[in-house]
Design a protein around this ligand. Structure first.
Ligand SMILES: N[C@@H](CCC(=O)N[C@@H](CS)C(=O)NCC(=O)O)C(=O)O
Length: 234
């Protein structure tokens, strides 16, 4: 049994998709990051970096409980545990790592900054919005170029790199139809997979988030995510 600590966020959904695709027994332990659950001593004991998701594998290596955070590491761990969705050929395997790293070091953080400055920040700062709009568009062009040549993100096989990518990109693609045709073809193929469709619904979208329409997003939420509560010395 694997406990997935997380909520209705792109990062937790990457892992939900992988757990479902891999037929692993799992359950969601809800962490409400808007309420500050990630800042509690109980959560910090799992991840001192106060970020979700975290997995707790009750049947980990060496027959004992194993805790892991950072979605890139979690996806690789699950792929190795099950021997699935990571190509066996050394070149294809390394290319899969490459796109996975592109997601966790590029797509995730840049889309996160874009959402922060364009939607959540109280003061709308044109330079920052422009900077992250252009950078996210550049990343999408890179991926669209790749998907013009390959069926899936890392080549001919569906892998953990696809699972990492979709939660961050699905919304952006919907908002600008026709702009990234190869990504749209890929996104449709992703959502045709029952595991992706189910994983993308994990957690109940909070009204205060972009997904929920940003209703009631407040200074208290800002403090938890980016302000005094987030940065209080522990
Ligand atoms: N690099 C991390 C990023 C995780 C992350 O940013 N998680 C967000 C939700 S999508 C979070 O838990 N934020 C809580 C906070 O900022 O306090 C990963 O890939 O796991």
């Amino acid at each position: 049994m694997i406990r997935l600590h997380g909520g209705p966020t792109p990062n937790a959904r990457k892992i939900a998709i992988a757990l479902i695709e891999m037929d692993l027994p799992w359950e969601l332990v809800d962490v409400d990051i808007l309420a500050g659950d990630q800042l509690t001593p109980e959560f910090l004991a799992l991840n001192p970096n106060n970020r979700t998701p975290v997995i707790e594998d009750l049947d980990g290596p060496h027959g004992r409980r194993f805790v892991l955070w950072e979605t890139g590491a979690i996806l690789l761990y699950l792929a190795e545990k099950t021997g699935r969705f990571l190509p066996a050929d050394p070149e294809a395997r390394a290319i899969c790592w490459q796109w996975l790293m592109f997601q966790v070091s590029g797509v995730g953080p840049m889309f996160g900054q874009f959402a922060h400055f364009a939607f959540y920040a109280k003061d709308k700062h044109p330079y920052s919005i422009d900077r992250y709009t252009r950078e996210t568009q550049r990343l999408m062009r890179v991926l669209d170029g790749q998907l013009a040549k390959t069926e899936w993100v890392a080549g001919g096989d569906y892998t953990i790199a696809d699972m990492a990518m979709i939660p961050y990109l699905a919304g952006s693609l919907k908002g600008q139809p026709g702009r990234y045709p190869h990504m749209e073809r890929w996104s449709a193929a992703m959502f045709a997979r029952p595991a992706v469709a189910a994983g993308m619904k994990v957690g109940t979208a909070r009204a205060e988030t972009i997904e929920g329409g940003l209703k009631g997003f407040s200074d208290e939420h800002r403090s938890i995510l980016w302000g005094d509560r987030q940065h209080a010395a522990r």
